[in-house]
Design a protein around this ligand. Sequence first.
Ligand SMILES: Cc1cc2nc3c(=O)[nH]c(=O)nc-3n(C[C@H](O)[C@H](O)[C@H](O)COP(=O)(O)O)c2cc1C
Length: 304
Amino acid sequence: MNLSVQIGTLRLQNPVMVASGTFGYGVEYAQLLDLNQLGAVVVKGIRLHPVRGNLTPRTAEVTSGMLNAIGLQGPGVDGFIKKYWPFLKKLKVPTIINIWGTTVDEYAEVAKRFEALGGVGALELNVSCPNIKEGGAQFGTDVKLLRQVVAACRRATQLPIITKLSPNVVNIAPFAKAAEDAGSDALAVTNSYPAMAIDIETRKPKLANITGGLTGPCIKPIAIKLVWEAAKAVKIPIIGMGGIQNAADAIEFMMAGATAVAVGTANFYEPQTPLQVIAGLREFMRQRGIKDVREITGSVQVAR
Ligand SMILES: Cc1cc2nc3c(=O)[nH]c(=O)nc-3n(C[C@H](O)[C@H](O)[C@H](O)COP(=O)(O)O)c2cc1C
């Protein structure tokens, strides 16, 4: 039975990874599950310099999901290399580094630094963070800027590039196509949805940042639709995510057109979820005599 998939030049032993920002830098989860069983480890977003993030509270539970406004806290490129890379580079599975910047040049510079590091599996461009005021959102919601940022990173590195699209657009197809045309090897669909929650006793927003990103099971059907629409627009592989809690959810994303999937919010309440998804996927294939996981991708039957 083949579970391996290809993302650009990167081969994954199985199609199940973790979603950026929900798995720290891998080391935080090392006691909770065998990281070497994953398709890949994806780390929290990194920009050139350290970032302190937003004031607390930064997370809030909502019905079937959560809100977050972390503000992309992170150690910066140098801090990451010093503190986390010695652990990550010893893993048998690839590390995908989620990167961001406030200018096109910063994205390219961060991409160059990780290319020079050697041993990185791929770069995932976060062009769709809705949480911070200084940049992020405009890259993912403006086709021209998106094309510029992907092209600049393409010139800066030969590492596989995964462009993580924003869900905050009316039609995702032109964004998916722009990323593909600018040299992206794959797409990640999708990031969190802009949202807000209020405590009716205090009349205060539940997040210090007022608004944040909605993730978890409540976004799954919306994310499935985006994957389906993006898959129709491009030939490059898609990594589907948004509310995956079990193998059935992952299979749904794959049937919609995803080659691989990522588990996000579920890592917070059940850290074994990614491994359960892999086991369930294997069982689904065994029961139906599916020999290659790639047969599932795009297999949704749509009447015309
Ligand atoms: C607390 C938190 C932090 C996140 N940080 C990042 C990040 O740094 N970069 C990024 O591209 N996405 C980030 N995301 C988005 C996730 O990677 C993922 O796209 C989203 O949560 C949808 O998947 P889920 O519903 O399974 O959580 C974050 C999500 C959460 C909940």
